[in-house]
Design a binder for this molecule. Structure first.
Ligand code: FEO
Ligand code: CA
Ligand code: CA
Ligand code: CA
Length: 584
């Protein structure tokens, strides 16, 4: 664990106190404004958001979706190949929807309600321009796009065409409609966006328990009695009694060309099927593309994909196929006993015929290994983790960080005993792990790891629940989730935790964003979100003078505080009054 600390030279702002206000708080010298909120029109003909709830499913399909999450900004290239500093497209996930605000009765009672909910999910792509130092989105730009549950996509990689992804509507198993529960994201050096499908299981139900395939219930949590979204009652595609293979077409990383609104998004099955958080892509020294990924559920695992081909800046067509073929691995970690919190680990290959992934053990072929990645991970002895959320690689030294958000089952279930990287029972605060590939080679089988921090409450606890030494009464928080390094190597940490501000969480306030100097270990609170929200999603303009931050599922009046109006998930822009680099 990083020791505290001499004052950081990377962090140039004064940390702010915890807050329970229904507004966004930032350090002095900074200001915030709203880029876009749920329901803002993005496509031609789409109406303004109706606070009275009058927008239809068609309206929603032309508006910014709900529950803003992971996002990435791509500057437009000028004719000479340089990036236009003041023109960009933003691709942003719409993870799920809040029926209490989306639908009049708070539940889906008709096909129209289901269609509206489906249209509120997916991805929104909008053109941005900067004028006078201030970004805004362009209404009706030809680059604007809504991707939702009816957008045509292609399956690619080893699973494309497999019997387990064939349906009556798609007997070839290659043409899928839509993406769902798009949580966090990634981006590629060839200019595409990666959107990651997380809790896909919650959209499917069945008329009888026996219509849910046993492995899908056991490993992925699918159940007949799904009652959160109710889509399966109105749309047979989500009814396992009618369309049993449809859920196998979700749970993937999807690659999107943000500059071509006509392009088909591509489901990248070689990266495995689980409840994806984000996809952190690094180009290894030898050109192989490596993607680190977390599977966010209690006791699930960390994964790594290594491309077969190599990145070549001069070969755009080749780069665009790099995520089609490669090898998937899952992490096994050892060591870290006692207070040491450091150890070693290895990546175990998830390839059919190896490591017990055989027909005898229930894997017919490589496609089944990928569709059943969780089952495969358990077969090979992967380490159970405390809900792996975002992964981010430090651009300066190749160290890779992952937020392990919390895990109430740790130490309380036989399948999830305490272990080195997940050392606390009933872990309600979370920790951040980091690892370094052997020899700096991201394709290497071995790595060394340690815990960068253990979150906690030093005002209430003197034991392990006080957190690591870099956690103080002034910067404490719980449930780290979003993680991203900026160009200078500042590590930004976003939280999705208990915002009750009482008991074990007293003094932490609303969900928030912190900034860490990973060299010194120092952590300062940078931003606090409004009532009820989580803070999730982060990207920057290329000059790092505007930061875009997602405020998801606020429950007060944010952002408009309109009498009788609805709270709306929104993208907030953070700038400095002196126009400087954020955080510096
Ligand atoms: Fe959608 Fe694991 O957060
Ligand atoms: Ca998350
Ligand atoms: Ca979370
Ligand atoms: Ca969320």
């Amino acid at each position: 664990v990083a020791a505290a600390v001499e004052p950081s030279r990377l962090l140039g702002f004064a940390g702010i106190p915890a807050s329970t206000e229904d507004s966004v708080q930032v350090p002095s010298g900074y200001r915030t404004s709203i880029l876009m909120s749920w329901g803002d029109p993005v496509l031609p003909g789409a109406p303004e958001f109706d606070h009275a709830g009058g927008n239809s499913a068609d309206d929603q399909a032309g508006q910014f979706g709900d529950n803003t999450d992971g996002m990435a900004l791509f500057h437009v290239k000028r004719a000479d190949g340089s990036a236009d500093p003041d023109r960009a497209v933003l691709a942003v996930n719409n993870e799920y929807c809040n029926y209490e605000f989306l639908l009049e009765t708070g539940q889906a009672e008709s096909r129209e309600d289901v269609e509206k909910a489906k249209a509120a999910h997916g991805v929104t792509i909008v053109e941005l321009v900067r004028e006078g130092g201030q970004w805004r989105y362009v209404h009706n730009s030809r680059l604007n796009r809504r991707i939702h549950l009816e957008t045509e996509m292609a399956m690619t990689g080893p699973v494309a065409g497999h019997a387990m992804v064939q349906t009556a509507a798609d007997p070839d198993g290659r043409r899928v409609f839509g993406t769902v529960n798009n949580c966090a994201n990634g981006r590629t050096p060839w200019g595409t966006y990666l959107t990651c499908e997380e809790n896909f299981h919650g959209y499917f139900g069945a008329e009888r328990d026996e219509d849910v395939p046993a492995d899908m219930a056991r490993y992925y949590g699918l159940s007949a009695a799904e009652d959160r979204y109710g889509w399966w009652r109105h749309d047979d595609r989500f009814n396992l009694s009618k369309t049993p293979n449809e859920p196998n077409r979700f749970g993937w990383v999807v690659e999107i060309d943000p500059f071509d609104p006509q392009s088909r998004p591509l489901k990248r099955t070689a990266l495995g099927r689980f409840k994806h958080e984000n996809a952190e892509l690094v180009v290894n020294g030898d050109g192989h593309v490596v993607v680190y990924m977390g599977d966010d559920e209690r006791g699930e695992h960390l994964y790594k994909f290594v491309s077969s081909g190599k990145y070549d800046p001069a070969n755009d067509a080749g780069n665009r196929r790099l995520l089609e073929e490669g090898t998937l691995f899952v992490a096994q970690l050892t060591g870290g006993e006692g207070d040491n919190h450091a150890g070693s680990g290895r990546w175990i290959e998830l390839s059919h015929g190896r490591n017990g992934l055989t027909v005898d053990n229930g894997f017919a072929d490589q496609a089944e290994v990928l569709i059943q990645a969780r089952k495969a991970a358990k077969q090979v002895g992967a380490t159970t983790m405390d809900r792996p959320e975002w992964v981010s690689a430090n651009p300066h030294n190749g160290q890779v960080y992952c937020a392990l958000t919390n895990n109430k089952h740790r130490g309380n279930k036989d399948s999830q005993p305490l272990n080195g990287p997940n050392p606390r029972a009933s872990n309600h605060y979370g920790q951040i792990i980091r690892w370094q590939a052997k020899g700096g080679d991201h394709t290497a089988a071995e790595f060394d790891w340690d815990l960068f921090l253990l979150a906690g409450n030093p005002a209430r606890h003197q034991d392990a629940y006080a957190g690591s030494s870099n956690i103080t009464a002034d910067n404490m928080f719980n449930s780290p989730d979003g993680l991203a390094f900026d160009r200078d190597g500042r590590l930004w940490i976003q939280t999705d935790g208990d915002d009750s501000n009482t008991g074990d969480f007293a003094g932490m306030g609303n969900n928030q964003m912190l900034c860490a100097d990973t060299g010194s270990g120092e952590i300062r609170r940078f931003l606090v979100g409004p009532t009820g929200c989580e803070v999730t999603g982060l990207t920057f303009s290329e000059d790092y003078r505007t930061m875009f931050v997602g405020i998801q599922h606020p429950t007060g009046g944010f952002p408009e505080h309109k009498e009788g109006g609805k709270p709306r998930s929104s993208i907030v822009m953070v700038t400095r009054e002196d126009g400087g680099v954020i955080g510096a």
